[in-house]
Design a protein around this ligand. Structure first.
Ligand SMILES: [Zn+2]
Length: 216
């Protein structure tokens, strides 16, 4: 399972722990503090422990951090949360995804083009594909000239006298904006990078600033 499918509070837990990953792996943080900082509840923490992302240890105890300790001492004020190497990798994937969603949120309701998002947020195709699969973003083709949505359909206003009908149109059925081609002006054709990306309502929940490092 991709870590992007974890819940928004679980994203915040992993991002919070990864911000201080050396401490989070070595001495851990009190569970109460992690819950207060991230808004996560015991079920969120148990879910992360089940996936091997975090473990628990009792403050003052001498045993190693274990998932079972976290599960059996939920609510114990001595419980400390440790980040595992698996959890750290998951946190890194989430951090990149969160950066993309944050950029989209900052521009909403306007979409960002694929080029803008890749350039401004440094997000690769893999992350965008995962974000789309999770339903956090919509990726749609656009007219390369006006950046409005495009669809693969013959323009309704096209007449055969104008030559072979283009296979793309604006959503209102008009041809895409003209560009200069080999035979003079002709409607533009979107390439694989002519994409516009919008945040979905689910994606917006994941992009909410919550932890102190998001607000600063
Ligand atoms: Zn256009």
């Amino acid at each position: 399972m991709t870590p992007l499918r974890l819940s928004p509070p679980q994203w915040r837990v992993l991002r919070h722990l990864a911000t201080y990953s050396a401490t989070a792996m070595r001495t851990g943080f009190l569970a109460k503090r992690v819950r207060d900082t991230t808004g996560a509840d015991d079920a969120d923490l148990t879910g992360l422990a089940d996936l091997g992302h975090i473990t628990g240890r009792l403050h003052g105890g001498d045993g190693p951090p274990l998932a079972i300790t976290l599960r059996s001492h939920r609510g114990d004020p001595r419980l400390r949360i440790h980040l595992t190497p698996t959890g750290k990798s998951a946190a890194q994937a989430i951090e990149i995804a969160h950066r993309a969603l944050r950029h989209l949120r900052a521009h909403a309701p306007a979409p960002l083009t694929l080029t803008e998002l890749q350039h401004d947020a440094g997000v690769g195709d893999d992350t965008l594909t995962e974000l789309e699969a999770c339903g956090f973003i919509d990726i749609a083709p656009m007219c390369p000239e006006c950046e409005e949505p495009a669809e693969r359909a013959t323009p309704t206003s096209w007449t055969p006298a104008w030559g072979r009908a283009p296979s793309w149109s604006h959503l209102d059925g008009e041809p895409l904006c003209p560009v200069v081609g080999a035979n003079g002006y002709q409607p533009a054709t979107p390439t694989s990078t002519d994409r516009r990306i919008t945040l979905t309502s689910i994606g917006r929940r994941y992009a909410e600033p919550h932890t102190s490092q998001d607000r600063s």
